[in-house]
Design a protein around this ligand. Structure first.
Ligand SMILES: Cc1cc2nc3c(=O)[nH]c(=O)nc-3n(C[C@H](O)[C@H](O)[C@H](O)COP(=O)(O)O)c2cc1C
Length: 191
């Protein structure tokens, strides 16, 4: 079993990364392979609404080769998907939105390709906007017919600067419990 974790923060080693790492470490302890994929900071097109992914025979995104088809392949190959984003002006980062919109369209064009996979959001926030951002990512999982595990609090860490994550004991515990619950769910769904 494998979980792919997308880091939507341009800060490669920031709070979102460390929150994803906590979830992945718990998954690994439960025998589940993980991979963290850097998305933030890449030059990614937003969805053009061209329906090209529905019309071309391979059902690939026809925008320039910016790596999005590769991200979608990683989603399809995985049993579980984590999408991590910092809160930017009360919402997901630009790169996270591109990932959601274009992989969402690709999933539809490829016959509900993410159906019944397990997915969870991972949010880093200084102060406000985490619940909206958490919901924005869950909308993607929901419309993709995915199954969403939860934790003892909404999946967020209160952190501003790189390294602040380590000071948020409740956030760390929230992500640890998320890892346990995601592993439990993946094993239940295995057969
Ligand atoms: C462009 C930008 C917008 C931000 N907007 C918000 C916001 O709306 N609410 C908030 O609480 N923090 C906001 N922040 C702070 C980040 O969410 C916070 O620093 C977070 O820990 C960053 O995660 P990272 O280290 O993974 O990049 C913003 C930061 C940036 C750079």
């Amino acid at each position: 079993m494998k979980v792919v974790a997308f880091n939507g923060s341009p800060r490669k080693n920031g709070n979102t990364y460390h929150a994803l790492k906590t979830v992945c470490q718990v998954l690994e302890q439960n025998g589940i392979e993980t991979e963290i994929v850097q998305v933030g900071g890449k030059l990614l097109w937003g969805c053009q609404g061209c329906n090209g992914c529905r019309e071309n025979p391979e059902h690939r995104c026809i925008l320039g080769d910016d790596g999005m088809n590769g991200f979608f392949d990683k989603m399809v190959e995985a049993d579980g998907i984590l999408i991590g984003s910092p809160v930017y002006y009360g919402n997901v980062s630009t790169e996270t939105k591109a990932l959601i919109d274009r992989c969402g369209m690709l999933a539809g064009a490829n016959g509900a390709a993410l159906k019944r996979k397990v997915g969870a959001p991972v949010i880093a926030v200084r102060r406000a906007g985490s619940n909206f951002t958490y919901a924005a990512i869950n909308y993607f999982f929901g419309i993709s017919q995915m199954i969403i595990p939860t934790s003892r609090y909404w999946n967020m860490t209160l952190a501003l600067n790189e390294g602040d994550y380590e000071k948020d004991a409740e956030g760390i515990e929230t992500f640890r419990v998320l890892g346990e619950n995601m592993a439990w769910l993946l094993k239940k769904l295995e057969d």
